[in-house]
Design a protein around this ligand. Sequence first.
Ligand code: TRP
Length: 333
Amino acid sequence: MAKQRVLSGIQPTGRAHIGNYLGAFVNWVQDQRVNDSIFLIVDLHGLTVESDRDAMRAATLDMAATLFAVGIDPSDATVVIQSHVPGHAQLGWVMECTATYGELSRMTQFKEKSKGLSKVRAGLFTYPALMAADILLYHADLVPVGDDQTQHLELARDLAIRFNNAYGETFTVPRAQRVSHGSRVMDLANPLQKMSKSASSPQGIIFLSDSDDEVARKIARAKTDTFNEVAYLPDDPERSGITNLLEMLGALTVKPPEECAVEYSGYGQLKKALTETLVELLAPIRTRFELYQNDPAELVRLLEQGAVRANEIASETVWDVYDRLGLVGVAGR
Ligand code: TRP
């Protein structure tokens, strides 16, 4: 059977954390040999809100180094910076002209993200059209997404179908690959909220670059409860702290969280086990990350290699789409 093409994207904002790792990266690494995978670092999406030149540069290169450090193998998967492939912007415009104002107005993430901003960039509004282009450009079959992106993926499917109906079979209609519940990591300080780069305090976040001491300190301070009983009761919000610790340990050791629960008699023991597991996971990732940081030329070489491959696929799609739309091609096409 031909390999399925899997495509996912991540924004280059801030440092990657254990939520990104368990919610996305582990699956990407696991599936990279089975599938034909493309991983995008979506820097153009990062321009939808205020951004700073130095921060953008650093975050983009850091994210690339992180992906290679966690085990994405450039000989199996394509890692590419979105702006290295002009086809994203080209097809993005076509998708803006395929989507309607009404459709984009219904996107709940736009409503949330634009709330309270005094100046809302037009790109924040049209962002889902660019995301559709990211996916359709490569004829992706599967897109691993968390809950917050399902509406955007649904739009990408609608746009693919609409374009195909109007201009003939052009795009593969992508399917969502739902990320499993256990891989959703919550904030350590506020376990009712998803661990997120935009959280107000870094205390609730385990960054992949955290030192052993930082990991130990953050886990030690992680919010628990006063039940003093290690039990896996995911439906009880009062126990959300322990639920989160058990789910993290379960995901890291590939065991159901209820099995982890019976192994520990106290919160201290559970936290100690989780700290040790995290430290063991993160140490080699940190070492590989530093390797790329110290050898930016190698990092750039890998990204150029990704860009060449991605451009080959993307430019074919763009010319096909332009032709179907009646845009007159250049000589040789
Ligand atoms: N919108 C996604 C997010 O904020 C990132 C993203 C951009 C993406 N393009 C994509 C994800 C294409 C999957 C496929 O998380």
